[in-house]
Write a protein that binds this ligand. Structure first.
Ligand SMILES: Cc1cc2nc3c(=O)[nH]c(=O)nc-3n(C[C@H](O)[C@H](O)[C@H](O)COP(=O)(O)O)c2cc1C
Length: 309
């Protein structure tokens, strides 16, 4: 199978999951071409691929606008092209399922069909900072579930997320980027802690940050991905109305640290417990399935037995 996987990742969570998918596809002898949407130089031929994948972080229960804009530029296809969607989000609420409705609609009009959808919980890059322990647990879950989901895609087993009542309307109401990017993005400010490393300028996916007369200027094309403020080494960027929700600094996904105090342990507690339990169940079922599936050796032995009989 030949796969084209197109993705956007603001602060690296989605990329981490996408990389794991590439590894899993390759292990199963599938070829994957990866397209980073922000590079804006798409020159792949859709007809060369058996399946197209989309990866994105959920932004206020929606797909980021960069994803939707990209989907609109894809060519129409004459024979149905199957699509899988990979999303990451900070909390496991079912409401996040609605984030793919618009994307699915855009793709459908062009002859693409979403057959598989997967949601991985990864630490928040806005609202509050998850503990390292939580980030560790999230990554452990995602890392172990991705190969199972990938196998499902390759085996052409359809898997879609549950629908939400009035999902389309809710997604429309929540589309924060629509106004947030334009209105709030322009209100970003850089404070005196800035050491002019220009990391924000050089890595903004929308090229929305410029320096004019030594002053930082934030334009109207912000998509609120948080890359600039999340990775600012001096935590010098103020993110307008959302300053209180800012998260600064990369997560350490390898630090199990059980002793860290979790100030938000009550937040969506039931949803997280349910999510981790579901992942564990999936992993266990896959292990049981693998153990009961006849291996190649067994099949060969069976043939030999039959010949000898
Ligand atoms: C503007 C914005 C809105 C977000 N909205 C949601 C949301 O509605 N639900 C959610 O669970 N996480 C939300 N998040 C958190 C991200 O989806 C999550 O941290 C994701 O894994 C980030 O992926 P990335 O590192 O690839 O950008 C939001 C993040 C941003 C920046």
């Amino acid at each position: 199978m030949k796969v084209l996987l197109c993705y956007f990742s603001g602060t690296g969570n989605t990329k981490k999951v996408v990389d794991k998918y590439v590894e899993a596809f390759n292990k199963n002898d599938a070829t994957v071409d990866v397209y980073k949407i922000e590079e804006n130089n798409f020159n792949y031929k859709i007809e060369d691929y058996d399946m197209i994948g989309f990866g994105y972080p959920v932004h206020a229960f929606n797909a980021p606008s960069i994803i939707l804009k990209f989907a609109k530029t894809l060519p129409k296809v004459n024979t149905t092209k199957n699509v899988f969607i990979i999303k990451t989000s900070g909390e496991p609420l079912k409401l996040n399922n609605i984030s793919s409705l618009k994307l699915t609609k855009i793709l459908k009009r062009k002859g693409y069909k979403v057959t598989n959808e997967y949601h991985y919980v990864m630490p928040y890059n806005i609202i509050f900072r998850h503990t390292d322990n939580m980030a560790y647990k999230m990554w452990q879950a995602a890392e172990n579930v991705v190969p199972i989901d990938c196998k499902e895609i390759l085996d052409e087993k359809k898997s879609l997320l549950k629908r939400v009542f009035l999902g389309g309307l809710l997604a429309w109401v929540f589309r924060i980027e629509f106004w947030g990017g334009r209105f709030n993005g322009k209100r970003y400010k850089v404070n005196e802690n800035c050491v002019h490393c220009n990391r924000c300028v050089n890595t903004c996916p929308m090229h929305n940050i410029t320096i004019e007369n030594g002053e930082f200027h934030f334009g109207k094309n912000c998509i609120m991905c948080m890359r600039c403020s999340f990775y600012c080494p001096r935590n010098a960027i103020k993110i307008g109305l959302f300053e209180k929700w800012k998260v600064n600094g990369a997560y350490n996904f390898n630090n199990k640290n059980d002793n860290e105090e979790d100030k938000h342990k009550k937040y969506c507690k039931k949803s997280y417990i349910k999510y981790f339990a579901k992942c564990e169940e999936k992993i266990k079922n896959a292990q049981v399935g693998a153990a009961t599936e006849p291996s190649h050796e067994t099949k060969d032995d069976d043939v030999e037995d039959a010949v000898n009989a």
